[in-house]
Structures are given as structure tokens and as C-alpha cells.
Design a protein around this ligand. Sequence first.
Ligand code: GDP
Ligand code: MG
Length: 201
Amino acid sequence: MAHAKAERTLVVIKPDGVQRTLVGEIIKRYERMGLKLVGMKMLVPSHDHVEVHYTLDPHWIKNVGEKSIESYKKKGLTPPTDDPIKLGKGVLENLRKYLTSGPVIAMVWQGAHAVQIVRKVTGGTEPLSSDVGTIRGDFVLDSYQMADSDTRAIRNLIHASGSVSEAEKEIPHWFKGEELMNYRLVQEQILYDVNLDGLLE
Ligand code: GDP
Ligand code: MG
């Protein structure tokens, strides 16, 4: 089995993140935790690219619908529909518009627990309820209710893979093998070596 430090995750700074000039701020959040940047590019994705990205997981449409309905109910609000598939399909259509509206920055970050730790720092899907201190909690203010009533996707600055298996499917969808760098970062010795020897002169 590969060492935990080999785990990789996909992060995409969505068009609103680029427009809000938060690219540097977002990269800093991941970089300062000790993660290693192994791939990065700017592009305007096509509608098809976005649709394939979100349907790499065949359960995504239903899951996203269920997550949204649950969030409405938790706040004592009535969801726009009780059918998770219908809601999920609407979200996908809106995401196609959102993510193709301008350039995005796609990145691959590597390090121990990369998927989970990137999700933790990124924060929950809905900026209204995501934790203070997370990127989505600190830099943007959208909600399920406002986005749904305006028939658009929630603007939350970032896509980050939700699980290791999602990351393994998403990374090759965005990057060719040769676009990902295999290299040693000197700080990895401090993060991962069993013995911190060789520091003292
Ligand atoms: P993520 O993994 O936290 O990005 O969330 P999901 O994979 O569940 O959803 C993908 C993206 O769709 C989110 O980041 C939002 O931009 C958008 N989105 C998700 N759920 C909803 C929803 O119920 N309503 C609206 N309007 N947008 C949503
Ligand atoms: Mg997701």
C-alpha cells in the first residue's frame, strides 16, 4: 500500500474565486498546512467537461438533492421539491453554467490525508452554514435558499474532491499524467520522516 503522504486531491478554484481575486489566498491556505502542489493550470472548462466531472460518481445527483433537502428541513424551511433526483438535476444544470462562466484554476494537492484535510479547510458546501475559519466560511456568503430561489448554483469559490475514490476519478479527468509532477519538497522530511536526524550541525 502507498504511504499516506502519497494521497492526492483535486481542487478547482471556481470562476467566482478567480473574480474575487482570492487565488493567492486559497493557495496559501493549502500550502501552509504542508500539502505539496503537484499540478496546476488555468482553463475555461466546457459544459461537457463539467457534466462528466459531477457525474463521475453515479450517485452524485441523488446525494446532492438529499443534502439540499436536509439542509432546508434543518432550518425549518420547505425545500423547493421533495424529489432529490429532480433537485440534483437542477443543481447540475446550474453548475454547467456557473463553472463555464469564466476561467478556473485546477490544482492537485498531495500529502497525508490530502482529501479530508482539504475539505476541512475548504468548509461545508453552503457558505451560510460553513464554519468560521474555513475558506467558504470566511470569504463568501451564499445560501441554498438564495441560490435556489435565483435558479443558480451556490457560489462557494472552490471544488474539492469529497473522498479518496472521488479524487482518483476526478484527477485524470482534469490532468494528463505528464501534467502532474513527482518531486521531493524539502519540508517533507520534517513532516514525515520517522527520525528528525541531521538537523543539528
Ligand atoms: P461540494 O462537494 O461541497 O462542492 O458539494 P456537492 O458536490 O454536493 O455540490 C457541488 C456544487 O453544487 C456545490 O459546491 C455548489 O456549488 C452546488 N450545489 C450543491 N447543492 C446545491 C443546492 O442544493 N442548490 C444549489 N443552488 N446549488 C447547490
Ligand atoms: Mg462534491
